[in-house]
Design a protein. Structure first.
Length: 87
């Protein structure tokens, strides 16, 4: 069976965007400077929204879907905690 290069590229994009979001969340969690926290939190939110937007456009295996949705839930949970700390 041939691999679909478009699907592979889209999956790679989703994984990279997810990792970017998680990285920005980590930076926000560890930072002490409020501007850096806010900037990193906003960038993590953008990555989260991007994954949410594009995830339905890629045909995922069950394992890929579970992987991405688990990480998306983790990112959203961490963002919620970061955003509650701002209020």
């Amino acid at each position: 069976m041939e691999k679909d290069p478009t699907r592979s590229g889209r999956l790679a994009f989703l994984r990279a965007e997810m990792q970017t979001g998680l990285t920005f969340a980590s930076i926000a969690e560890e930072a002490s400077d409020q501007d850096k926290i806010n900037r990193s939190r906003k960038n993590a939110r953008k990555a989260c929204q991007s994954v949410r937007h594009f995830i339905c456009r890629v045909t995922l295996s069950e394992d890929e879907s579970n992987e991405l949705h688990d990480k998306l839930e983790e990112l959203e949970r961490r963002l919620q905690i970061l955003e509650e700390a701002v209020v």
